[in-house]
Design a binder for this molecule. Structure first.
Ligand SMILES: *[C@@H]1O[C@H](CO)[C@@H](O)[C@H](O)[C@H]1NC(C)=O
Ligand SMILES: *[C@@H]1O[C@H](CO)[C@@H](O)[C@H](O)[C@H]1NC(C)=O
Length: 406
């Protein structure tokens, strides 16, 4: 599959579920100037792999034990709402299913490992074949596409022990359990798609997988954040050619921000690094868990971070690109709500309790048919709160409890 028509791409949030395209700018490249760009294409991962690894919710960064049936139902509803609004939804699973058997074999080859147990006896020459790449290839060739895709999403390592014969005593998976949240593996700036680098080790296989996925779709990757720099999609919220926001502190770090600026990957004149020094709470791990943009002039912001008297304020480090050198220079540091007011935003405060219900994690499908924004929310109260603040767009509530557990 390729996207050869003129489009600009937008990466929006929904616990990271999404990847969106709009054609407003008539650009050949995949770019997102603003969170308010109208979305055309949304890339989602079904909750199948994620729900399967409910064996240990905390270890996989989940909030609760997932129920695969409830998760499936929630996800289906979400996809249905977007499709009805004219957004094209692409399922990662489905794109992989459409690949040829040969291509899937090639990808799966790198995600399946045979490993000799540490305390294994030496393997005699005549059995060495069973640990070889040749044997792996022979096996992959005989598998169904479904088996190959499971390998790609679960990255198994088969532990083999030489006793009287070869024994496969156990299989260790390195699953892309949180791939469900497709917002986080990458960002799309006004320049293009940049692959991130996860702060949490459970999530690193997802970036490898998404890289392959973007290559399949023919989406150019303009940068890859190298360790020890960290960058997660939920921290990046672009607003215009003039301004983009990046949360730094819990997962995304200053090296990640510097990588974007030093390599001129942003395409926006200013970067507001929203720095978290005092909070460092996993409940507020990404910028989009405490802040979001509803429309041109309205933002939501967690009330406990607002103002000079807050115990957990965010401080904006405002970087401005020098017109001649193209280098970003730190201009000033200012408290976040102060910064937003100076930019002309109306701040809609959100309570702790509403934040816990993921009220800020809404998906803005952008300015649509009538030039007004369309938002999908997992919190039933968002519509009322935004309308009371003068928001004129639409808000659609989707019961997403089957997914928010994860
Ligand atoms: C491998 O086999 C030996 C017995 O030959 C056993 O003691 C050992 O625990 C086994 N290792 C694994 C990882 O199963
Ligand atoms: C915060 O403090 C700065 C500097 O003292 C001041 O200019 C600003 O008005 C204060 N902002 C708020 C929201 O109180």
């Amino acid at each position: 599959m390729s996207f050869s028509f003129h489009i600009s791409i937008s990466l929006f949030l929904f616990f990271g579920l999404i990847f969106l395209v709009s054609d407003s700018k008539k650009l050949e490249k995949f770019q997102q100037v603003s969170e308010l760009d109208p979305a055309e294409l949304v890339i989602v991962k079904t909750p199948k792999t994620a729900a399967k690894f409910g064996y240990h919710p905390k270890g996989f960064l989940y909030e609760e034990t997932p129920n695969s049936e409830v998760a499936k139902k929630s996800h289906k509803k979400f996809v249905k709402v977007m499709t009805k609004e004219g957004v094209k939804v692409v399922k990662i699973d489905k794109v992989f299913r459409k690949l040829s058997h040969e291509k899937l074999e090639e990808i799966a080859f790198n995600f399946l490992q045979y490993q000799l147990a540490k305390d294994s006896k030496e393997v005699p020459e005549k059995l060495l074949y069973y640990l070889s790449d040749e044997h792996k290839r022979d096996n992959l060739r005989k598998m169904s596409k479904k088996q190959l895709i499971d390998i790609i999403f679960e990255q198994p390592t088969v532990i083999i022990n030489m006793t009287t014969d070869l024994e496969a005593t156990h299989v260790i998976n390195r699953p892309s359990a949180n791939l469900l949240f497709t917002r986080d593996q990458q960002i799309v700036t006004a320049k293009g798609l940049v692959l991130g680098n996860f702060g949490s080790r459970q999530r690193t296989p997802e970036t490898e997988l998404m890289k392959i996925f973007f290559q399949i779709l023919g989406i150019p990757i303009i940068g890859e954040v190298p360790s020890p720099a960290r960058l997660e999609g939920g921290d990046f919220i672009p607003f215009s050619r003039d301004l983009a926001f990046l949360g730094v502190g819990f997962y995304t770090n200053m090296q990640g921000a510097n990588y974007l600026m030093e390599n001129d990957l942003l395409g926006s004149r200013r970067l507001a690094v929203v720095y978290d020094e005092f909070d460092m709470n996993i409940q507020h791990m990404h910028l989009d868990t405490i802040f979001n943009i509803a429309d041109e002039s309205r933002v939501v912001l967690l009330d406990t971070v607002i103002g000079n008297t807050s115990k957990i304020p965010r401080i904006v480090r405002e970087y401005v690109q020098n017109e001649d050198s193209h280098k970003y220079e730190l201009k000033r540091e200012v408290e976040f709500s102060q910064f937003l007011k100076e930019e002309g935003f109306q701040i809609i405060p959100i309570t702790d309790q509403q934040q816990h219900g993921y009220i800020t994690n809404f998906l803005n499908l952008g300015k649509r048919h009538n030039g007004k924004c369309l938002i999908i929310s997992v919190h039933p109260d968002l519509e009322k709160i935004l309308k009371e603040a003068g928001y004129e767009g639409k808000v659609i509530y989707v019961d997403y409890s089957g997914i928010t557990t994860m």
